[in-house]
Design a protein around this ligand. Structure first.
Ligand code: URA
Length: 242
């Protein structure tokens, strides 16, 4: 793969394309020891790129697991709230985004990447990627709810929700449950419980496809995916066979 030196450096967050062009004009960039033109093509695998004397490697794709805390939005920018990207400090790419959305008050597993193909596959309604949530719910969750959820719930959409697996951990005034759904309708978990007369008071995503929230992470913490996790995700999305 070859790309223009100005794009290479802009992708790595050195500056905007026009800022990078300025740096090049000011001879602050070298390619294999020579001063390039902005349109010069470079090969990230072979060429040595220096900016202000420091070598800048090229990272094509990045993948992070974030334990999203409450009170931040699943967006790339926001005028009033912290975004999930604000938590990812050691990033090379500036084109990262969250794969799907969690409500502002929902916590838990969020994949952050710049891999658009993977995101598309994981979010495609046709792929039915499983998402598992842990929730605290006001009211006693019952075996009847388990049956109703397995049959699909009317949450005011054209069709019932797809069969969902509800597991009761504790059935009390405040119940604790785990729920696995294969869709991603707006406020889906909250609306499913509302439809059976109950209120979700705490919601945390613990798994998405093969990816499981790392128990060592605290809210607001993140880490890069392991090679194994990435392999499994690409496999689930059939992107390892393309
Ligand atoms: N369902 C919800 O209601 N909220 C979320 O954030 C995710 C699933």
């Amino acid at each position: 793969m070859q790309l223009r030196i100005d794009k290479y450096l802009a992708d790595m967050g050195i500056g905007t394309r026009s800022e990078v062009k300025q740096y090049i004009r000011k001879k602050q960039v070298q390619v294999n020891g020579n001063i390039p033109k902005p349109e010069q093509k470079v090969d990230p695998d072979k060429d040595c790129i220096l900016f202000q004397g420091k070598e800048i490697g090229y990272v094509q794709q990045e993948y992070f697991m974030l334990y999203k805390p409450g009170d931040c939005v699943s967006a790339t920018t926001d005028a009033t709230h912290k975004t999930v990207l604000d938590y990812i400090e050691e990033k090379s790419r500036k084109d990262l985004f969250p794969v799907g959305r969690l409500d502002i008050d929902t916590e838990g597993l969020l994949l952050i990447t710049n891999d658009g193909k993977l995101a598309h596959e994981l979010l495609s309604p046709k792929k039915h990627v499983a998402k598992t949530y842990y929730a605290k719910v006001e009211g006693k969750v019952t075996k009847e709810d388990v049956v109703l959820f397995s049959q699909g719930i009317d949450i005011g959409e054209k069709a019932l929700t797809k069969p969902a697996q509800l597991h009761i951990i504790a059935s009390n005034e405040i119940s604790e449950i785990e729920l696995t759904i294969t869709e991603g309708k707006y406020h889906q978990v909250k609306r499913m419980f509302e439809a059976v007369g109950k209120k979700v008071v705490y919601l945390k995503r613990i798994a998405m496809g093969p990816l499981v929230l790392d128990e060592k992470l605290m809210p607001g913490e993140y880490r890069r995916l392991t090679n194994e996790e990435l392999k499994e995700l690409l496999h689930e999305s059939h992107l390892d066979t393309i």
